[in-house]
Design a protein around this ligand. Structure first.
Ligand SMILES: [Zn+2]
Length: 113
């Protein structure tokens, strides 16, 4: 992926447009690959704008294993929004649920509902 070497802050706007197109096409395989490449880019370039884009991409990643890795990246960069934590806590991936529940405060915990 060319951007791996040439990425500059601001490139996330081009990537956001590409993400929207991949979402609209609704092809799970290409959406999986695209979000996974976004993940690699963020690992190389953990810029604020890229982390935001990755948060937007999270629930469009059809692969629960990859969603778990995305969650880990956000946790490593102290970039877990309450929405992301809540969504992850309801994931069908039990490992991801467990990771998210660690970050759920008592006020947002779904225990006891
Ligand atoms: Zn995957």
């Amino acid at each position: 992926m060319l951007l791996m070497k040439t990425f500059r802050p601001g490139d996330e706007e081009v990537l956001r447009t590409a993400l929207q197109e991949a979402i609209l096409q609704g092809e799970e395989h290409s959406l999986h690959d695209f979000v996974r490449k976004l993940q690699w880019l963020v690992e190389a370039w953990p810029e604020r704008g890229m982390l935001e884009l990755l948060t937007e991409a999270f629930h469009h990643q059809p692969c629960s294993f990859c969603r778990e890795m995305l969650f880990t990246i956000h946790a490593e960069h102290s970039d877990l929004s309450s929405e992301l934590i809540l969504e992850a806590s309801l994931d069908r991936n039990m490992e991801l649920r467990g990771a998210a529940e660690v970050h759920l405060g008592p006020a947002t915990s779904l225990d006891g509902i």
